[in-house]
Each structure stands twice: as structure tokens, then as C-alpha cells.
Design a protein around this ligand. Structure first.
Ligand code: ADP
Ligand code: MG
Length: 571
């Protein structure tokens, strides 16, 4: 080995390693899933590169993953003939964490192991999970296309640092050797490893091979000679090795769907639901779309990864293809495999190809249908979804005009009807409860539930038993500014403009109101000049029942929430 150097892990890696080893102890077997998942990604990347560079296969296009073990040496080895890594790639990928927001994510750790293991799960543990069971990890890797003498050996005890050296490796790809910790010897066992591969990696598209479990061949063969124990061990595939989304729905078990989700999403919480579809005809595609249960820690980070995994005719093309879903559905994970794009499609081509628009329209509909189905079938899961992602969905009506009505149906609000702050009322519920003669959907926007609930503007509505939606998310005022109506009923901010309760008010009430107004004319004329500097008008109101006066915004005025946002931004 030459050019050996010792490097330190990035601070975040050290923190993550420490947390992982301590909080994932009860879930330690996942290291195998993570390493097989990486081997599979590496095989897919190689196959993709081979589309344009056929000679990259070096005569070996049979992509596979080998798992071997040595009981005496207490090692488990995972080997692939995928893309491999250069020295710089090893340093970048196995020494740092590229994900943005890592530091702030780690600072959210509580020290409570069960909570932290949940958090780490959302973060994705990946390669470093090897250190849950190993106290030393060796990685031998050669990037496809590099010379045999230009391979890399990375080694670490998972503490503060790692060494890296140049070495020789005949086959391309990566071999990872785990030196098991004391007490973790159970993993150097064929039966145990096999059952883990079946449990976690059955969906992997490449064969995961293990040595056949035959007893030593010492029986005489037909010729009466001692059969020689073959020097080359015989391997067999332990998993099914077909791309999961190509299988028919009826063949795929829920556990398989769940594990596949974890593989593609780098999340290890189970998904809430999924939708698997195969479409033939002019537009040919298979999609498998998942709704995560937990928002990722970086949901609000602009650079956070989003988009689907794109395959063309079952060849992996790219991760994070974000052209296939609108931004307001950026929390959806999954795979799109289509025959309508060419194998050498690039991100630039994706921007222009009209098939992409068609696919995007189709997939958007799939997701919205999946959400409506969840809302109908499982209120509890739907409320989990709404808590995690409702605010993102609220960007929808502005971004996607054509699906506005559908998106609005998926929204849930707090309202004066339920008496609690949970966002559980749909617009359809609201309309079903509208009073006879009520023409509008009333709402109030405030900073928080208590302010909304106690708004003096609600007094008249309470008296008349008219339901009012209580909107308190940061995005609400902006969103309501984009909306005009739902199901033919317009939205009305109860704090804005003249209050006209439509047919809910009887003729008698109206007459009485006019009389009161006349009587108060004199008073108004006296108040106006006093408040001239502060307000634009003073009017008699019928919207209050207990409070003597309230402030009202003009129909076209910026709402209070928006004003605060603008003020905070220094405008
Ligand atoms: P993730 O898979 O979420 O990217 P990991 O921690 O599992 O995170 O892996 C980090 C990176 O290391 C991968 O993105 C990949 O670039 C590289 N890597 C890991 N294992 C392999 C492998 N077997 N072959 C090639 N590259 C690998
Ligand atoms: Mg990984």
C-alpha cells in the first residue's frame, strides 16, 4: 500500500457515529440492509454509466452482491461489482456528511435513546451503521475505469479518524469487511445473514449471493473416487432479485413495500401509505409512490433532496428527479419507471420533454387520489399526514390551479365548531353545516389558536351559530389571498370590510339594524375626527355582541399576519 494518510472525521460524523452506536443498539441488524442498499445503488450507477460507456463493464456485466463471513476471524464481508469510488470520493463519502442542515439536526438530539433513534431514522444512517456491530471496518474499492493499481483502502475503528491508502484490486467495485465487536459474533453466521437478507433486502434488484449451505462434500461420487472439495465455493441467490415495482401488486407483500421504501428513501420509519400503478398505452409507466409518516428534518430547507427515483426501462437514471411532481408534493418519495423517455435522458432534456409534463400531470393525480383515499379510509393516519405535511400542501392551490378544488378538499382546519385546536374540519364538513341562507365560508386568521378563538369578530357568528374557520398557520393568510371560492361558495375573512351575513339575517333584523345606525349617527360624527389619524373610517357595527368596538381591515388591506411578516422583513 502506498500514499497512506490518516484523516479525521468531520465533527458531525463523530457525533453521528456516537449517537448511532448508542441509540440503535436494539436495531443493530439494520447495518446489513444499509450496506446492501449501498451496494445496489453502486450497481445501478454503474449500469447507468454503461449506457454511454459500454467498455466500463470490463467484460463483467453481471452485476451482483456477495455476502461472506468467517466465523473464526469474526468478519462479515459485503462485496459488489458496482461503480466503486476514487480516493477523493472515499474521503468525501466516508468521512463527511454532505447533507445540509446536519449540524442543526444533530443539535436536536435529546439524549433520550428511543426518541433519538427515531430522529436518526429520519436522517438515514447509511454506511456508518457498520459501526453498530463492528469495531473496525475495512473498505477496499476501485472505481470502474480506474487501473487495478489505483484502488483505495479505507480503514477505521469508528472513533476519531480513518486511514486511506492506495492499493491494488483486481475486480472493480467495493468490498467492505466488518470486524465484529465482541458480543456481535452472531452475525458471522450463514443462517442469520440469510434471514436478514430475506427480511430486509428481498426487493433488491440484483442478486445477493451467499455460499450454498451444503455440508462438506466428503461422500464418494459415482466413480468411487473421493470428490474434491471445490476450491471455488458455490453461491446462490438469497433474494428474489427482480425490481419490486415490476412485480404485480398481488405478489408483493406489505413488508416488501415497506422495506423497499426504506431502501429508496433512506428513512427507516415505515411509510403511512403507498400507491403502485402500471399504465400502458401512449404513456407507459410504472409508478410506486410513498407517503412518509414523518416529515424529514429538512422539509423547509430549499436545498433538501426531493423528487423521485427515475428509471427508464428498468435502468436507473437519476435520484431526485424533481420534474415529476409539483413542489407542494415534495414530501412524496418513490420510483417512476417509464418507456417514454430515452435511456440517455439528462436533467436538461427532462426540462423540455413534453412526456415529462404528461407524466407529472398523471403522477400528481395519483398522489392526490392516494391522499383522498387515505382521508376516506383511515382518519387517524390522515391526521398524522396533515400534521406533518399540511402546511406544504397549502402551497398547492396557488401552484396548481387545475387541481385547486381537489387540494382544497384535502385541507383540514380548526373551527369554532369543534372547540379544540386540532385541524380536523374539511371544507365539505363546513358546507354541510352551513346555516340556511348562508352564502359564504367564514374564516379568521390569527397568530395562534387562542387569539383566533377569542377574536371579538366572532361574537356575532357565535350568536347566530355560524361556524368560522380558525386559521393560524404562517402560510394561511397568504394562501387565503390566493383563494376565491370552494364549491361555488366564496371565502370571507370576518375581520374584513362590511359584514353581510346574507340571507342568515331576517328582514326584521335588518330593519332594526338600520334604525340603530340612524340613532348612532351623531355619535359616529363626533368620534370620527378624534380617530382620524389612526383609522380610515368609523362605522356602526352589528358584528359585536359583547365588545363595544373592534378594528376592521378594508377588503383589500393586508392582513395582520402578513403585516407582521413584512415588518419582520424590514418592509
Ligand atoms: P446514502 O446511501 O444515503 O447516500 P450512505 O452513508 O449509505 O448514504 O453512503 C454514503 C455514500 O458513500 C453513498 O452515497 C455513496 O456515494 C458512497 N458509497 C457507500 N457505499 C458504496 C458502495 N458500496 N459503492 C460505491 N459507493 C458507495
Ligand atoms: Mg446508503
Amino acid at each position: 500500500e502506498t500514499s497512506k494518510e490518516t484523516l479525521g472525521f468531520q465533527t458531525e460524523v463523530k457525533q453521528l457515529l456516537h449517537l448511532m452506536v448508542h441509540s440503535l443498539y436494539s436495531n443493530k441488524e439494520i447495518f446489513l440492509r444499509e450496506l446492501i442498499s449501498n451496494a445496489s445503488d453502486a450497481a445501478e450507477k454503474l449500469r447507468f454509466e454503461a449506457v454511454s460507456k459500454g467498455d466500463i463493464y470490463e467484460g463483467d456485466s453481471d452485476l451482483k452482491i456477495h455476502i461472506t463471513f468467517d466465523k473464526d476471524a469474526k468478519t462479515v464481508t459485503i462485496e459488489d461489482n458496482g461503480i466503486g469510488m476514487t480516493r477523493q470520493e472515499v474521503i468525501d463519502h466516508l468521512g463527511t456528511i454532505a447533507k445540509s442542515g446536519t449540524a442543526s439536526f444533530l443539535s436536536n438530539m435529546t439524549g433520550d435513546q428511543s426518541k433519538d433513534s427515531q430522529l436518526i431514522g429520519q436522517f438515514g444512517v447509511g454506511f456508518y451503521s457498520a459501526f453498530i456491530v463492528a469495531d473496525k471496518v475495512d473498505v477496499f474499492t476501485r472505481r470502474a475505469g480506474e487501473a487495478i493499481t489505483n484502488a483505495v483502502h479505507w480503514s477505521s475503528m469508528g472513533e476519531g479518524e480513518f486511514t486511506i491508502a492506495t492499493t491494488e484490486k483486481a475486480g472493480r467495485g467495493t468490498r467492505i469487511v466488518l470486524h465484529l465487536k465482541e458480543g456481535e459474533e452472531e452475525f458471522a453466521d450463514g443462517w442469520r445473514l440469510r434471514s436478514l437478507v430475506r427480511k430486509y433486502s428481498d426487493h433488491i434488484s440484483f442478486p445477493v449471493l451467499m455460499q450454498k449451505d451444503t455440508p462438506a462434500l466428503d461422500a464418494d461420487d459415482e466413480d468411487g473416487e473421493k470428490a474434491e472439495v471445490s476450491a471455488v465455493p458455490e453461491f446462490e441467490s438469497v433474494n428474489r432479485a427482480t425490481a419490486l415495482w415490476t412485480r404485480s401488486k398481488s405478489e408483493v407483500k406489505d413488508e416488501d413495500y415497506t422495506e423497499f421504501y426504506k431502501h429508496i428513501s433512506h428513512d427507516f420509519t415505515d411509510p403511512l401509505t403507498w400507491s403502485h400503478n402500471k399504465v400502458e398505452g401512449n404513456l407507459e409507466y410504472t409508478s410506486l409512490l410513498y407517503l412518509p409518516e414523518k416529515a424529514p428534518y429538512d422539509l423547509w430547507n430549499r436545498e433538501a433532496p426531493k423528487g423521485l427515483k427515475l428509471y427508464v426501462q428498468r435502468v436507473f437514471i437519476m435520484d431526485q428527479a424533481d420534474q415529476f411532481l409539483p413542489l407542494y408534493l415534495r414530501f412524496i418519495k418513490g420510483v417512476i419507471d417509464t418507456n417514454n423517455l430515452s435511456l440517455n435522458v439528462s436533467r436538461e432534456i427532462l426540462q423540455k420533454d413534453s412526456n415529462v409534463d404528461k407524466l407529472r400531470t398523471a403522477l400528481t393525480k395519483r398522489v392526490l387520489d392516494m391522499l383522498s383515499k387515505l382521508a376516506k379510509d383511515d382518519a387517524e393516519k390522515y391526521s398524522t399526514f396533515w400534521k406533518e405535511f399540511g402546511q406544504v400542501l397549502k402551497e398547492g392551490p396557488a401552484e396548481d390551479y387545475s387541481n385547486r378544488e381537489k387540494i382544497l378538499k384535502l385541507m383540514r382546519f380548526a373551527s369554532t365548531h369543534t372547540g379544540n385546536s386540532e385541524q380536523s374540519v374539511s371544507l365539505e364538513d363546513y358546507i354541510a353545516r352551513m346555516k340556511e341562507g348562508q352564502e359564504k365560508i367564514y374564516y379568521v386568521v390569527a397568530d395562534n389558536y387562542n387569539t383566533a378563538k377569542n377574536s371579538p369578530h366572532l361574537e356575532i357568528f357565535r350568536k347566530k351559530e355560524i361556524e368560522v374557520l380558525l386559521l393560524t398557520d404562517r402560510i394561511d393568510e397568504w394562501m387565503m389571498g390566493q383563494l376565491f371560492d370552494f364549491d361555488g361558495k366564496s371565502f370571507q375573512d370576518v375581520t374584513k370590510g362590511e359584514l353581510n351575513l346574507g340571507q342568515v339575517e331576517t328582514e326584521d333584523e335588518k330593519k332594526q339594524q338600520e334604525e340603530t345606525a340612524k340613532q348612532l349617527d351623531g355619535l359616529i360624527e363626533r368620534i370620527k375626527p378624534v380617530l382620524a389619524e389612526q383609522v380610515s373610517d368609523v362605522r356602526v357595527t352589528h358584528r359585536l355582541t359583547d365588545s363595544p368596538a373592534c378594528l376592521v381591515l378594508g377588503d383589500y388591506d393586508m392582513g395582520l399576519q402578513m403585516r407582521k411578516i413584512m415588518e419582520a422583513a424590514g418592509q
